[in-house]
Structures are given as structure tokens and as C-alpha cells.
Ligand binder design. Sequence first.
Ligand code: TYD
Length: 225
Amino acid sequence: MKNGVFITLEGGEGSGKSTQIRLLHQALSDAGTDVLMSREPGGTPQAERIRTLLLQRDSGSFDPLTEAMLLFAARREHLVDKIWPAIEKGQWVLSDRFADSSRVLQGYGMGLDMQVIESLYQMVAGEFQPNLTFIFDIDPEMGIGRSMKHLKATSNSTEATEDRYERMGLSFHQRLRTGFLEIAKKFPDRCVMIDATQDVQFVHQRMLEVIFSRFGVRGKEARYG
Ligand code: TYD
């Protein structure tokens, strides 16, 4: 494999990671890096079909193991069809969520056994890991408030149908926050915590600093808005 780079962004509702992935993509492209932006569940046509199945309001609820298997099936498509070929070519891939979301949402959130999740990971991805994971940390009450505002503002778009997980209660979101903090402790070399209460431009700069110190690539700061 050539030296492509795989970076994931993880975190709770309303933590601003979707804004930050766009800024980061822009900053790296402007600096001449060949970089793709992606998301999970999804990222390829087949994986997006699984996403629709999982996230649409009228899709009903799945057994947690079924749900995890669907998420990992989508992840397999994403890896095989997009992430691995890109890395092979030396490209960078940024993904809005990846396997830590399964560890945290399906594990800490839904109570699925972590060993089951890790064996699914092993089956689908083997020893492959992201080179870097940003974990956006925010108090769930604040995050949900932000994300509700966003949902109201976009209530005519398809995003409004994707609030299946967002409708869970506060204690669920608090478990997720704990889960992300524990993941960051468990994988300290890979994970960097981001204080998502800081302003957009500040967070963006901080991410560029981390990338420069890890990979020696200086992104060209992008402007929000
Ligand atoms: P999305 O609208 O992309 O949410 P967000 O903006 O919060 O990233 O929807 C993705 C949803 O899927 C999100 O609520 C988290 C959930 N999810 C899991 O439960 N497990 C997973 O492994 C992944 C990748 C996502």
C-alpha cells in the first residue's frame, strides 16, 4: 500500500463534526492534498442503500445485533469500494463517523457486547485502523439543543427523516459521551479529543495543527460561512 491517510471524525449530536469535515477537506485540498470526503453509514452507492434502510423514520426498529451487522455490512462496502482503493493510490480519506460509532452507539448505547462488535470489526476490516480519529466532545444537552435547531431549519430536507438516533433520551446520549471518552483512553495513539464547545474557526485550526504534527502536511486554513 502507498501512504494514503485515513482520518475519522466521531462524536455526539450537534458537535459540529459535519461542518469541520467540510472545512478540513477544503483546507487539505487547497494545500494540494488529494483528499476524499465520506461518511458512515454510507459512502458508496451500496452502503448508502443500507444507510437508507437504517435511518429512515419509517424503517421500524431492528434488533441491536441485526443493526450492528447492517452497519458493518455497509462498512465493508465502504472499505472495499472506496477507502482501501483510495489509500492504495496514496489519497487521503476523511470519514464522518466510522467504527468507533458502532463501539459507542451499539455497544455503550444499545448494550451490545463489545466482543461481538470487535469480532464484526475483525471480520470486516482485519487489522486495518484509521491513522487518526478526532473525537468531538460536547455536553449532550448542549449538543442536542444545537442539533434540534439544525433539524428545524432543515425540516423539508431528507435529513429530517434521519433523526432515528437523535430521538433517544438524554441518558442514552450521556452513555455515548462516556463511551467516546473511554475509547479515546483505550486508543490514545489514534484518538485526539476536540472540545466541541469552542468556536468553529478555533476547532478548525486545532485540527490543522494536529494534522501538521502527525503527517507534516500544513492545511490552508478554510473560512467558515
Ligand atoms: P447522521 O445524520 O449522519 O448523524 P450525525 O450527523 O450525528 O453523524 O446519521 C448517522 C446516524 O447513525 C447517527 O445517529 C449515528 C448512527 N450510527 C450508528 O449508530 N452506528 C454506526 O456505526 C454509525 C456509523 C452511525
